[in-house]
Design a protein around this ligand. Structure first.
Ligand code: NAD
Length: 508
């Protein structure tokens, strides 16, 4: 299914006419390393079990629309079974285990992720539609890095929280989205396990397969049964986990609207909660920036992972003096971006994750056109089947336009201009979100001043989309609260009490 709207396709004022053929020969990644079962049960107590609900749903490949497998849909009863398994494992095995022994399991997980990296990367791309280049070079290596990093903390928690008594929360309920399925799993599971908690995790309904492969990996490394349980299903399964009375901590990554519902429920029962929600990042380019690098940064900032990135630089704020020439350079660069089969190693922009998400992007782009912004899309042929959207740039955008205010979560950039740093900050902060921002300038003092004034959990300078397990990530305002990664990401998973030096999470 290709996108249905008819935008005004204008061409760049800089013409690009290569003197030789720049077409790439197909370079398809082999899928033979991946074996997908026809159906999957729930992973509870170390085993794959039939759901008591008796219900299942199909996960499809977004680049071909082919059904891949039937996936169990967990009911509230199934979630209860998973929470009980996690509780048992916490009380009998994982809670009492020394930090040093827990670390060994985390190291094993990390090493297995590295050894099976290609299998995980290919499966992620088949189930989610993201380019193999990204799942191979970003998602899977970063997921392994998160387990390595947290393995290092497991027996050193008394140094993370010196002088405090440390106890795990107990059973944690974790809900993740579809844009980085394995990586979001790692962001959630690694700190929870390192700090002595057990887990019930719900992956997103459109991308359950790498979480289920991860469950098999846990069997292979002989993680004690019940330490990690994986319940698949849609919003109702997530809601059952949120509402469960025996969950000690909740962690959610997803949309702001669902995050608000979860916050209401958790607040009523005083369950500790962290929320990683949506974003509408400003990517700010000053006239004194290294413009070729800034073009690459802006392209990466919005078209990486089809723009399905919470911290995507979806609003470009460019200084008025260079706006026209910078937009021309962007359009020229966009004309070389390759859209298509995500299993092709040359692909830059893959498939949109689902028909539903394609519908949302299409609707917002149509709103941008009808509100009067100018829409540019490069010429590129899209496959006949699957969910696709052409990379898009909007110019002549006003702050009031929906495309400047709402999270599109697709490959769509809205360009606005500014004259002074103060105006850039005012426009950047004029949003309900506060997750990330980017600044491009050669002047260090301007970077520091801007970073100080931007309401964003992460500010990148002369780069974008850089992630490291040691570096905390999270938002302000309606982008959520709590941090993932780094020391700050450990603290939501422990209870701390003051002035006692012993640790009940098991020192070394
Ligand atoms: P979503 O909120 O629709 O779904 C996220 C997860 O929540 C899925 O597993 C879904 O099944 C589950 N869910 C849906 N309704 C629920 C309910 N009522 N109770 C409990 N769970 C429920 O979001 P999405 O469309 O899957 O993901 C995209 C959103 O996630 C975007 O807004 C994006 O910005 C955000 N996101 C944020 C971060 C971050 O770190 N801040 C990272 C990735 C994605």
């Amino acid at each position: 299914m290709a996108d249905e709207i008819e935008p005004t396709v204008e061409s760049s004022s800089l013409s690009f006419s290569p003197k030789f053929n720049l077409d790439y020969a197909p370079a398809l990644e082999s899928t033979s390393i991946v074996s997908i079962d026809p159906e999957y049960g729930l992973f509870i107590g170390g085993q794959f079990v039939e759901p008591q609900s008796g219900e299942s749903f199909t996960t499809v490949s977004p680049s071909t629309e082919e059904p891949l497998a039937r996936i169990a849909a967990a009911s509230a009863l199934d979630v209860d079974r998973a929470v009980k398994a996690a509780r048992r494992a916490h009380t009998k095995v994982w809670g009492p285990m020394s930090g040093r022994d827990r670390a060994k399991y985390l190291f094993r997980i990390a090493r297995q992720l590295q050894e099976r990296a290609r299998e995980f990367a290919v499966l992620e791309t088949i189930d989610g539609g993201k380019p193999i280049r990204e799942s191979r070079d970003v998602d899977v290596p970063l997921a392994a890095a998160h387990f390595f990093y947290h393995a290092g903390w497991a027996d050193k928690l008394e140094y993370a929280f010196p002088g405090r008594r440390i106890a795990p929360r107990g059973v944690v309920g974790q809900i993740i989205p579809w844009n980085f399925p394995l990586l979001m799993l790692a962001w959630k599971v690694a700190p929870a396990l390192a700090t002595g908690n057990t887990v019930v995790l719900k992956p997103a309904e459109t991308t359950p397969l790498t979480a289920l492969l991860f469950a098999k990996l846990l069997q292979d490394i002989e993680l004690p049964p019940g330490v990690v349980n994986i319940v698949t299903g849609a919003g109702a399964t997530g809601s059952a986990l949120v509402e469960h009375g025996d969950v000690d901590k909740l962690a959610f990554t997803g949309s702001t609207s669902v995050g608000k519902q979860i916050q209401r429920s958790a607040a009523a029962r005083r369950v500790p909660l962290t929320l990683e929600l949506g974003g509408k990042a400003a990517h700010i380019v000053f006239e004194d920036a290294a413009l070729d690098q800034a073009v690459e940064g802006v392209i990466n900032g919005i078209y990486f992972n089809q723009g399905h990135v919470c911290c995507a630089g979806s609003r470009l704020l460019v200084q008025e003096s260079i706006a026209d020439s910078f937009v021309d350079r962007l359009k020229q660069r966009l004309s070389t971006v390759r859209v298509g089969d995500p299993l092709d190693k040359n692909t830059d922009v893959g498939a949109i994750n689902s028909a539903e998400q394609l519908g949302r992007i299409t609707e917002l782009v149509a709103a941008g056109i009808s509100e009067g912004a100018d829409c540019y899309q490069p010429q590129c042929s899209l496959p006949d089947r699957g969910y696709w959207f052409r990379p898009t740039i909007f110019t002549n955008v006003q702050q009031s336009h929906r495309i400047a205010r709402e999270e599109i979560f697709g490959p769509v950039l809205s360009v606005l201009t500014f004259r002074t740093p103060e105006e850039a900050v005012a426009k950047a902060n004029d949003t309900q979100y506060g997750l990330s921002a980017g600044i491009w300038t050669e002047k260090g003092s301007k970077i520091l001043w801007m970073a100080d004034h931007l309401d964003a959990g992460v500010v990148w300078a002369n780069t974008f989309n850089q992630f490291d397990p040691a570096s905390p990530f999270g938002g302000y305002k309606e982008s959520g609260f709590g941090r993932e990664g780094g020391l700050q990401g450990l603290s939501p998973y422990v209870s701390l009490s003051s002035n006692e030096l012993s640790s009940s999470t098991g020192g070394s």
